[in-house]
Design a protein around this ligand. Sequence first.
Ligand code: ATP
Ligand code: MG
Length: 559
Amino acid sequence: MSEEKSLNFIEEIIEEDLRTGKHDGRVLTRFPPEPNGYLHIGHAKSICLNFGLAKKYNGKTNLRFDDTNPITEEAEYVESIKKDVQWLGFQWAEELYTSDYFETLYEYAVKLIKKGLAYVDKSNSEEIAISKGTPTQPGIAAPDRDRSIEDNLRLFQEMREGKYKDGEMVLRAKIDLADPNMHMRDPLLYRIKHAVHHRTGDTWCIYPMYDFGHGQSDSIEKITHSLCTLEFVPHRPVYDWLIEKLEIFPSRQYEFARLNLTYTVMSKRRLLELVREKHVDGWDDPRMPTISGLRRRGFTPASIREFCDRIGVAKRENLISMSLLEFCIREDLNKTAWRRMAVLDPIKLIITNYPEGKTEELSGENNPEAEDGEGSRIIPFSKELWIERNDFMEDAPKKFFRLTPGKSVRLKHAYIVECHDFKKDEEGKVTEVHCTYIPNSKSGEDTSGMRVKGTIHWVSAGHAEKAEVRLYDRLFAEEDPMASENFKDSLNPNSLQIIENAYIESDLAKAEMDKNYQFMRLGYFTLDEKISRKNHLVFNRTVTLRDSWAKEVKKGKKK
Ligand code: ATP
Ligand code: MG
């Protein structure tokens, strides 16, 4: 890397392993999603970490679907996960499934039974919970704990054959019922579940538990560094115990803090609730913290990678501000988005001294931040324009540098105009603003010598196209929705504003999917990939040009 950056704690571990020649200098990580929902920005942190480390140390990353729960998992989720990881800019070495290892895992379980290290327990889940004891009191052995190896082998075989009902018995490791770590008190390894699995169909009716499926899959793949979030710290002794007793490849688990973001929730279960109860329009609703939602909203892969880089990896939980994510996308789009003009709340501006029927073809750079401007587009100009309603005021305060009778502004890429009159309807609403233009004040060839304080955007009324524009606010009104009794109580009722008839400059009719535009003075926008049609364009606002929330919070308007 060109700039010196201190190593995070996982990089330190890897560099130490490389120095001591552990795993022959090999680095193999994995990203192990359970296909029970769409990926969210928290997963992006794990993806950037796993793939980023592999890239840095010339290693590889597997994509492994942790598909051990047939009830909640679906092929649709598998497809969306693959799409999202690739969109973020990463390519896995191998696409693997825990379900591919079901036979091997079964053999591992048999091996444990044969070693006297696992037993079939006929207690029900309540009995198991009680017999586990409490952190201060040791557990009590179930009557089945001392059953013979032969009987355990037979029962386990029969579990597999489907002789028993769901919940009738489980397979448990025989570790230590007095261990201060509750996870070590004979953890469950297998349960019975008569359900159709999205890949193995009805081949199996017993499924490995997380503790058994996960670490053993790591080992089968010879993963060198298995990274997971902090809640798995107490599972690590189980992870190590199983690998040791099975005498298989010694993968190691390391834990980092999960990402928590303000004004949103980040668990698939809760996101699914929002989808099912139609608080949002699907997993990819632009207000969702999912990768697909962020994509539809107009976030770029680079901005999400930058965000994950900035938050870093630590061993302590914290809450990251949504403003940081927004900062990252603004930084990126300021450099890359093409500039265009659109008017969201239109009011007519008539240039009384401009010839009727005349059209001028003005031009505007696509991207003033780029050295070559990335070319330019033609902007038609004529006698009748649309401008933003709030760019005109009848009785303006002194510091209002936009249009008001007697004052002048520059029309972006065009001329200086001076307001001399306006029209109102019966209700007193302004319907037209009348101006004169200064013919020798054209942008780029201005010889008028006039100086004006304000520049406003506009579109030519006879040339503009109509479009739908969607403005978003935060999905939740509270910084930490989980602090409410029910997280849905803090949903923000004004998180979506639909503007059905906005006017966009004619060039935007050719707007491309996956491209970002800055609508001057209004924010960054992108075409909605799901609901836009050729003759009904829908633009989503990705983010405003400035952080309006920081200001509102200061004013005490928003909490
Ligand atoms: P959720 O609670 O949202 O369902 P999960 O941890 O159950 O999350 P998995 O599909 O099991 O979701 O996670 C795949 C990987 O992503 C795991 O290694 C997990 O630790 C990691 N991960 C999930 N959420 C976050 C987060 N908020 N921050 C960082 N990593 C995360
Ligand atoms: Mg999970």
